[in-house]
Design a protein around this ligand. Sequence first.
Ligand code: NAD
Length: 352
Amino acid sequence: MELEMTAAGVQVHETTAGRVLLGPGARRCVPSEVDRLRAERAFVVSTRSAAHHVDECLADLGSRAVGRFDGAVVHTPVHVTEEALALVLASRADVIVAFGGGSATGLSKAISARTGLPQVVVPTTYAGSEVTPVLGETRDGAKTTRRDPALLPDTVVYDPELTLSMPRGLTLTSALNALAHAVEATWAVDSSAYTDALATEAVSSITQALPLVLDSPTDLAARGRLHSGAWLAGCCLAQTRMGLHHQLAHALGGSFDLPHAELHALLLPHVTAYNLPAAPAARERLTRAVGDDPVQVLADLAAQHDGARRLRDLDVPRDALRAVAERVAAAPYPNPAPVDVDSVTGLLERAW
Ligand code: NAD
């Protein structure tokens, strides 16, 4: 499916109009956002890394705080959701507040999907999930994904102070994960004037702010620019169909249980190098955002990672690459460059 059109050839865009707060200290606005939703009983979910922010938030909420669950984990396992859900139901909460990365957001969406409760999400990484109508859940290792506008959080609160605790590696890989959402939107089959504007601004914000943050991790203005770039990049992911980059990340991540952001970070320069010759409009957009050699810019950023930079560093067996390429080529996501077994195997070999 390309861009949605009416029978009369009129373009249809469903944009996500959420409420977004952005700025240092924004987390302290959670209670007034809860009030704004006319909620009176807030249940707070988080990853353990955000537990002390939850302490502060519960104190700010005062008598409106009715419970907490700090056990959100990656890939939203259904058994964890059920554990949290039992507590939420027992607390008679009327709003979910989430603190953490994509894992906390995923748990918040999963609870909302089962209860209809509104959500206030406070992201502490650059994953972008907080502005997408998408939820991936795992049961016994198998992942299912649903897409539903009702999954979108009602309010998103970006507070760059919450990202100061991110270790260098997480800052870099999480920002490159966001960058991947924006880069892939530049060549998406259903890209539009709207997503092009989001994507080019996200790419310039992230590529300009990330080196500043890596040099000076406490630079709050640069952290704020990174957060707003991640917001726009998440909007790109929400508005466009994913291509080869996200398909490879899903296929490899699912097969070998790999770290989400690190995998995105290392794949991005390779997929971009592979796709750009077949995507002149995307090349033009990326060149406008980052200069003459977008692939080199992405590769230079990815090379700054002290952790895994190649698939082999993540213990992906080389002899398994062809089978991954076969699965991807059997049902390819829409992509500008051809998705055939030999080409994709070659791309994976280079990333290996
Ligand atoms: P995450 O939420 O799993 O966090 C990664 C690690 O970093 C965790 O150990 C966490 O505790 C820690 N952490 C988070 N914020 C921190 C901070 N500020 N300081 C120190 N440590 C911190 O990772 P993520 O990359 O944000 O999210 C990945 C998950 O989100 C995956 O499950 C992925 O599938 C999902 N996701 C979903 C969408 C979507 O649209 N549905 C989009 C992107 C990601």
